[in-house]
Design a protein around this ligand. Structure first.
Ligand code: FPP
Length: 246
């Protein structure tokens, strides 16, 4: 039986987050430049978006560029930005036709101007779509996001709009860049690395983590379905004991 057939569609994760890792190694294994791995990685993104829509996943978030990625060689950063711009422009219409909303989180103001403009246009064009929300984490780091949220709250306190006792988890979450999307139930990281690398640290408090050796450019929807089957075998207790769950 293939993995898709094993999925219980009544117990799907609503939101899947992915750390797409291994593009560089995939390219190097073939004697190619790293950027070839990133280009091939875009094909995986497309297949995974289609796979999510095929089975009914409502939210998909992919870590496309971290704050720390700015420290890569300038040629690679530039190539990634170019790839981002070309992919957004090539795919915006297809996303729209398929009722997919494009969203972005991160320090978007630090991206090149053309990237910000094209991203804004694509998000604007797809903002009414309801089938699936594809969120690109761009120039994103969870520590940055948490500090920004803390600053927003401090400002509200300073301006006496709220008092300190009103600060709770709900208020804090509402100041994060993910305030309009639910927390992920499942996080997948490819390429055999077992880290969360500053990704959605607040939002992943109770997320199930799934690690696979598959390099991102080789990752296809059947790998996604395999991860979902694995997720559905797990017991999510949220601090309770097994007997309390039913
Ligand atoms: C990690 O592999 C991958 C990235 C830092 C970039 C991911 C970008 C893409 C898949 C393309 C753009 C995506 C969109 C949504 C347009 P790595 O370079 O760290 O690989 P390595 O660990 O093998 O060196």
């Amino acid at each position: 039986m293939d993995f898709k057939e094993q999925i219980d569609i009544n117990r799907l994760p609503e939101h899947i987050a992915i750390i797409m890792d291994g593009n560089g190694r995939w390219a190097k294994n073939q004697g190619k430049f790293r950027v070839f791995g990133h280009e091939s990685g875009v094909l995986s993104v497309k297949d995974i978006v289609e796979g999510c829509v095929e089975i009914g996943i409502k939210y998909l978030t992919v870590y496309a560029f971290s704050t720390e990625n700015w420290n890569r060689p300038v040629e690679e950063v530039n190539a990634l930005m170019e790839l981002l711009i070309s992919t957004i422009n090539q795919e915006a219409e297809t996303l729209n036709k398929n009722n997919i909303r494009l969203n972005a989180i991160g320090d978007l103001g630090s991206l090149p101007k053309k990237c910000i403009e094209d991203l804004d246009n694509a998000m604007q064009k797809t903002k009414e779509n309801t089938k699936c929300t594809l969120t690109l984490a761009l120039s994103y780091s969870a520590k940055w996001e948490i500090v920004e949220a803390a600053k927003k709250i401090a400002k509200q306190v300073e301006q006496k709009e709220i008092n300190i006792d009103q600060i709770d988890e709900h208020l804090f979450a509402s100041k994060l860049t993910t305030s309009n999307i639910p927390d992920p139930e499942l996080m997948i990281r490819t390429s055999g690395e077992h880290r969360v690398s500053n990704f959605l640290l607040w939002q992943m408090a109770y997320t199930e983590l799934y690690f696979t050796e598959t390099l991102w450019p080789d990752f296809r929807r059947d790998h996604l379905f395999e991860a979902i089957v694995d997720y559905q075998k797990r017991e999510r207790r949220f601090g309770k004991i097994s007997e309390q769950l039913n």
